[in-house]
Design a protein around this ligand. Structure first.
Ligand SMILES: Cc1cc2nc3c(=O)[nH]c(=O)nc-3n(C[C@H](O)[C@H](O)[C@H](O)COP(=O)(O)O)c2cc1C
Length: 204
């Protein structure tokens, strides 16, 4: 079990906790809640899957024309939350968001099952849908259009990368006396995987 004492670099601690979640969660250990902000300042929240975590940041993929896509393109800041019930742990991550480059998005899109790639074309994510049949018709349309050869990535489908400027690691403690450590980049450090971070223990 990884320790929680505020001394481990947050990127490394994230990797350790994720590795442990992969061992113990029944499904989707990479599921995370993504919070965005709408034009009126109203937050909105939904689950997405973490598809890349490295020294550059935390990547997920979606439809840029969805509600989250529009909110992030207009206001490129996000908060992420992992909660692993099997481990009784949560990690919070906050930071600005940038778009994933085309080559990287293409590589990930090409790795997805063919039906999921067709689905990315068929789904007008977050817009009104009259009935299930309309969705199925669109799936059939794009399945026919891309019956042979490579299914290209739709121009509106890509990834976002969250560049952490804050982490918080939370671990369950007896009688609600939990452990919490908030990490921020050290003064003069830009943060990131190579940067220096300082931690602060917080009251539970
Ligand atoms: C466990 C889980 C994982 C999900 N992963 C994704 C994902 O990676 N990308 C995505 O666009 N939607 C994903 N969804 C669906 C979103 O939660 C959401 O319904 C959809 O993206 C539309 O959100 P929006 O209207 O806020 O843009 C996932 C849902 C669940 C429950």
């Amino acid at each position: 079990m990884a320790t929680l004492d505020g001394k481990t670099h947050p990127f490394q601690l994230f990797d350790r906790w994720m590795a442990e979640a992969r061992e113990s969660e029944p499904n989707d250990p990479n599921a995370m809640a993504l919070a965005t902000v709408g034009p009126d300042g109203m937050p909105s929240l939904r689950m997405v899957l973490l598809k890349g975590a490295d020294e550059r940041g935390f990547v997920f993929y979606s439809n840029y024309q969805s509600r989250k896509g529009g909110e992030l393109l207009a206001h490129p800041k996000a908060a992420l939350l992992f909660h692993w019930k099997s481990l009784r742990r949560q990690i919070r991550i906050e930071g600005p968001v940038e778009r994933v480059g085309d080559a990287e998005a293409d590589a990930y899109f090409d790795s997805r099952p063919r039906q999921s790639r067709i689905g990315a074309w068929a789904s007008r994510q977050s817009r009104p849908l009259e009935g299930r049949l309309d969705l199925e018709k669109r799936v059939a349309l794009y399945a026919a259009r891309y019956a042979a050869g490579r299914v290209p990535r739709p121009p509106y489908w890509s990834g976002f990368r969250v560049l952490p400027t804050a982490f918080e690691f939370w671990r369950d403690g007896a009688f609600r006396l939990h452990d919490r450590f908030r990490y921020r980049p050290e003064e003069g450090s830009e943060g990131g995987a190579a940067g220096r971070w300082c931690s602060q223990r917080l009251y539970p």
